[in-house]
Write a protein that binds this ligand. Structure first.
Ligand code: ISJ
Length: 259
């Protein structure tokens, strides 16, 4: 193995990492609630409608590419928690950058499944939690989609930190499975079903709390509470997409952890 490649003395505990994931849930749930203000508005992300000849991006893709370029220039992607959707060559920051500790194993740190997330988000998730329809409000819709995509991307790629700490806590358990590229064994090692169940319950509660219609008239029937995004759906989005994608990131990272 190469000499010092990670700052293994950097404080990293599974508890603190899980705390960050809990806080990130707030951002994810809020971003979904905000996006649900707009209908699907599919021409924004499905159709190449750019009036500049030679640009075949959808409005949303164009918007995300441009914003990512600006964000790179102010150092967003120097932070190992952030992963771009489109930048293959990330522009350097044009401002002094913060020196983030090298917590992740360098050869595994570039794991990026945002292409997959992009497809999953627009084809599977979005139609579930927004109303069908088209109100033409594409610029605001694209901004809301980017907020969702960035929050979800940060959440699932946080799997790299989760995997690093799990590996450091039990390298002898993980090494044989990594060497034999046994993804099933890795998946089993890193899975904590009880934690997953708690996450699903908690995000449902958050969606109930953050997304209920607030009324000030006394005597309102509690049983008729209305929600901006159905709380059970948020739980399902976590259970069927966000948690599995996080675990796929963990496995991808671990497979490269001994390179
Ligand atoms: C993130 C972790 O790894 C796995 C993924 C989880 C998730 O995405 O919420 C929860 C538990 C684990 O099965 C963890 O252990 O906290």
């Amino acid at each position: 193995m190469s000499s010092v490649v990670v700052e293994s003395d950097v404080q990293l505990s599974l508890d603190s990492i899980r705390e960050s994931l809990v806080r990130q849930e707030d951002t994810v749930v809020f971003s979904l609630i905000e996006r649900a203000k707009f209908p699907l508005n599919s021409p924004a992300f499905e159709e190449p409608r750019c009036l500049d000849s030679g640009n075949s991006s959808s409005l949303t893709e164009f918007f995300v590419r441009e914003i990512e370029t600006i964000q790179a220039k102010v150092g967003r992607y120097d932070n190992p928690e952030e992963n771009p959707f489109f930048l293959d060559n990330i522009p350097h920051s044009i401002f002094p950058t913060h020196k983030y500790p090298q917590v992740l194993y360098p050869k595994a740190s570039s794991v990026n499944i945002n292409k997959r997330l992009w497809d999953v988000y627009f084809k599977e998730l979005l139609p579930l939690f927004v109303k069908p329809g088209d109100d033409g409000n594409y610029a605001s819709t694209a901004a809301s989609d980017l907020a969702c995509l960035q929050a979800i991307s940060r959440r699932i790629h946080y799997g790299k930190f989760v995997a690093e700490v799990k590996f450091r806590d039990a390298p002898h358990d993980y090494e044989p499975a990594i060497r034999s590229k046994d993804t099933e064994a890795l998946m089993k090692l890193l899975t904590f079903e009880k934690v997953e169940e708690m996450v699903k319950k908690r995000v449902e509660k958050k969606a109930e709390t953050f997304g209920q219609e607030v009324k000030c008239v006394s005597g309102d029937d509690e049983s008729e509470k209305k929600y901006k995004v159905k709380p059970s759906l948020v739980s399902r989005i976590y259970g069927e997409w966000l948690i599995p994608l996080t675990k796929d990131v963990e496995v991808e990272y671990l497979l490269r952890r001994l390179d």
